[in-house]
Write a protein that binds this ligand. Structure first.
Ligand SMILES: [Zn+2]
Length: 426
């Protein structure tokens, strides 16, 4: 890395603090998806001033999009003087609800003891600010760079990314012809490279029975007992099978380095009554019981196998258990994504971390999903990682913050990576 760029990024510390605070002060809560237009216009002013051509794109018709809560995104691009690769920094602009337990104004952008506090400080306005500072310093230092730089601010990552990166990917914004390297500055810690994430499969299972008087259950058929048979199959067969599977994915935390499944909800029989209901239940045999399952799977497991494994257990019960019947409804699925360790963006950022931080990076994968799925699966662009400042465990918590030194360090890593990828080779 050139010492000029290194000094330039360090000198932008105050600018970085103000930028992060300004971003936090635009409360882009999702749901419902507030102030997306405002944050896009803010980014538009900032990036236009630095020579970027910008497009504001509304993801019309995507989940949650309405005239009251339009899903606005910004894509900014600045071409260099000569042909070359395009490096794209993608940040989501939405933040999750505030929740209880805050001791500091969640949208004040308070700076205290070297940290900036606020909802989204860590996830991921700090990362967005660090990438902008890195890019601005790089352009000032190397105005004749090759290729292109893109910065996007996208909606709805916290609710699946359908009004953000997925929408843009469907329209060719992550076509490998247009973009060659993607860095998503999610808060994975400044010395870690996140290669990808596990997959997810969500489904509802309903068991059926027959309603009858509760004093003569033998005249009906209890759907809750049928569901208990389903849960027993899960306990006896599915959970042990999932625990025995090993993955090459470096998922953190360690407990997520296998397949997992959460039983998200269960409901059977008479509907729950309102809190002010003081009556007693009527006596009925439940004719329906439903659960929602949240199955997280590994890059080594095809989605068909994940689905078939559950179906096989249900079909087994249908064959062996009297009067057992079920319906399985798929709710959503996300395929796993994992970038190769020898991919150019991984190698470049790894070298940058080693130079800036003085030690090799740790490679991780995320237990949940993030927008890499859309860049990989829709955009067909494999050369993508998450790398950014902030402590992952602080995301979505009260008194969320991002460390200013951490932002500077990761901006140095991003600047280093830009020099490697966009400077003319002598
Ligand atoms: Zn995030």
């Amino acid at each position: 890395m050139t010492s000029t760029l290194k000094k330039s990024i360090a000198a932008k510390r105050d600018d970085l603090v103000v930028l992060t605070r300004d971003l936090i002060r635009i409360p882009t809560l999702n749901p419902p998806g507030e102030n997306y237009r405002d944050i896009c216009e803010f980014l538009d002013r900032r990036l236009s001033a630095c020579g970027f051509e910008t497009q504001l794109i509304r993801a019309t018709g995507t989940p949650g999009d309405s005239d009251k809560y339009p899903r606005w995104n910004i894509v900014a691009r600045r071409d260099g003087r000569k042909p070359g690769d395009c490096v794209h920094f993608n940040s989501h602009t939405d933040v999750v609800e505030v929740g209880r337990g805050w001791t500091i104004d969640p949208f004040g952008g308070t700076e205290k003891d070297g940290k900036i506090y606020g909802r989204g400080a860590c996830d991921m306005k700090g990362g967005l600010a660090a990438s902008i500072i890195a890019v601005e310093a790089f352009i000032e230092t190397h105005p004749t760079y090759c290729g292109a730089i893109e910065i996007s601010g996208t909606a709805d990552e916290e609710s699946g990314g359908y009004g953000g990166v997925a929408y843009l990917a469907e329209r060719g914004f992550f076509d490998p012809e247009r973009v060659q390297h993607v860095i998503i500055p999610e808060p994975l810690n400044k010395d870690r490279i996140c290669l990808g994430h596990r997959g997810g499969w969500w489904a509802e299972i309903e068991t059926r029975g027959e309603i009858a008087h509760g004093c003569m259950p033998f005249l009906g058929d209890c759907a809750v007992r049928h569901m208990s048979a389903v849960l027993s199959e899960f306990e006896d067969k599915l959970f042990p099978a999932m625990a025995a599977r090993h993955t090459d994915m470096p998922v953190v935390p360690e407990g997520a380095r296998q397949s997992t499944m959460n039983i998200n909800s269960i409901h059977g029989g008479q509907p729950e009554q309102a809190d002010d209901f003081t009556g007693l239940p009527a006596h009925c045999v439940p004719d329906s019981c439903r659960i929602v399952i949240d199955r997280r799977f590994l890059v080594e497991e095809p989605l068909d196998q994940v689905r078939d494994e559950v179906k096989a257990l249900l079909e087994g019960l249908k064959a062996s258990r009297a009067d057992f019947d079920y319906e399985l409804t798929e709710l959503n699925s996300v395929l796993p994504s994992m970038t190769d360790r020898d991919a150019p963006v991984v190698q470049t950022v790894a070298k940058a971390i080693e130079d800036v931080m003085g030690k090799p990076p740790e490679y991780v994968a995320s237990p949940g999903t993030y927008d890499q799925k859309h860049i990989d699966r829709i955009g067909k662009l494999k050369n993508c990682i998450a790398y950014g400042p902030g402590i992952l465990e602080l995301a979505h918590k009260p008194d969320e913050y991002v460390g200013i030194d951490d932002m500077i360090d990761s901006a140095q890593v991003m600047g280093h990576a830009l020099e490697t990828l966009l400077m003319p080779k002598a």
